[in-house]
Design a protein around this ligand. Structure first.
Ligand code: TXA
Ligand code: MG
Length: 309
């Protein structure tokens, strides 16, 4: 066990975080989607610590986070489609899987010929990558298989004593992880997320869905993930004792009383944690969520959270 420092997103806090990262230590930091568990993506030792701290299977590759197109182009091969996607949606909640240039640790790519890159929009994330001066590998900062963190307190609940520091910069605005797109022969949706599929399709045309057997397993393909302790019942039209609502209606836990899917995504993981604490192991029911826009990412996470373990 180590003592986990809580740092502020100011100049001294960022300098301390960057120094820890350069020493090969783990620092959790905010992004616009969820808090990430950062490590120097070019260091095998630092990346190995991510798998250890999260209890994450080694075959599950990591996303390398960059703070510029220059850094991104040094890590992967960009074709015209990748350039167009980056120009339209970066910085932002989109991860591109591209042919690797072989610069990041093989633990990041899980020895695949591709690397997942993300250029986050969050100013603190960008400042941290710039201060560290290298790409940061960062999965969501939670124990593997559990609910992703959207606040520094969530990070500490799961990983306190296992990581060097967390930068506390308040709640994440988007609230679900990035959309992951494979820039393969066909543009392939590997995980629905914080950028609506409709927005990508408006620019690039229809996306392909991966074959069910495709490796590696993105969280969107793993059966059980994002799991609270309590069992979940989805599309519940009659609320149970602990109910997560959506849209107008009574109830203390509501993803968005006004029925906004953007607001619902931002509240999802926090409300799952609150419901879990209230339910004490009994069932949690969740209202139906429309399968459009960010609703696709929300339903994906809810299905994984409800999957048998
Ligand atoms: O919003 C996000 O993407 C957050 C924040 C911290 O940026 N990060 C995140 O990381 O969600 P993580 O590790 O929880 O999910 C990354 C997923 C992996 O599970 C993996 O399956 C997929 O990205 N992935 C990474 N590299 C890949 C590759 N080369 N090919 C296919 N999938 C890949
Ligand atoms: Mg995750």
């Amino acid at each position: 066990m180590e003592t986990t420092e809580t740092l502020r997103p100011d100049a001294p806090g960022l300098a301390r975080a960057a120094a820890l990262l350069r020493m090969g230590r783990l620092v959790a930091f905010p992004t616009e989607t969820v808090y990430g568990l950062g490590a120097d993506a070019t260091s095998d030792m630092a990346c190995a610590r991510i798998f250890e701290a999260k209890g994450r299977p080694r075959f599950n590759p990591l996303i390398a986070h960059v703070d510029s197109m220059e850094m991104a182009r040094g890590l992967a091969v960009f074709d015209a489609r990748a350039e167009a996607l980056a120009a339209a949606f970066w910085p932002g909640p989109l991860t591109l899987v591209l042919p690797t240039a072989g610069v990041v640790s093989p633990l990041v790519t899980a020895d695949l010929p591709t690397v997942a890159l993300r250029f986050p929009a969050h100013p603190t994330a960008r400042a941290l990558i710039a201060a560290a001066g290298r790409p940061l590998a960062a999965p969501s900062a939670n124990p593997s298989g559990r609910v992703s963190p959207t606040r520094a307190a969530h990070v500490l609940e799961g990983l306190s004593g296992r990581i060097a520091a967390v930068i506390d910069d308040g709640p994440c605005a988007v609230g679900v992880e990035s959309t992951i797109l494979g820039v393969f022969e066909a543009l392939t949706l590997l995980r629905p997320g914080g950028l609506a599929v409709e927005e990508i399709e408006r620019l690039m045309g229809p996306l392909t869905l991966p074959p069910k057997t495709a490796l590696p397993n993105a969280p969107g393909q793993l059966e059980s993930h994002y799991a609270p302790d309590a069992p979940l019942r989805l599309n519940a039209t009659t609320p149970g004792a602990v109910h997560i609502g959506f849209g107008p209606g009574p109830g203390r836990l509501n993803l968005s009383p006004k029925g906004s899917l953007v607001e619902a995504a931002a509240n999802l993981f926090h409300l799952l944690r609150e419901a879990d604490a209230l339910a004490e192991g009994a069932e949690i029911t969740v209202a139906p969520i429309p399968e459009i826009g960010l609703g696709r990412a929300i339903n994906d996470r809810l299905r994984r959270a409800a999957a048998p373990r």
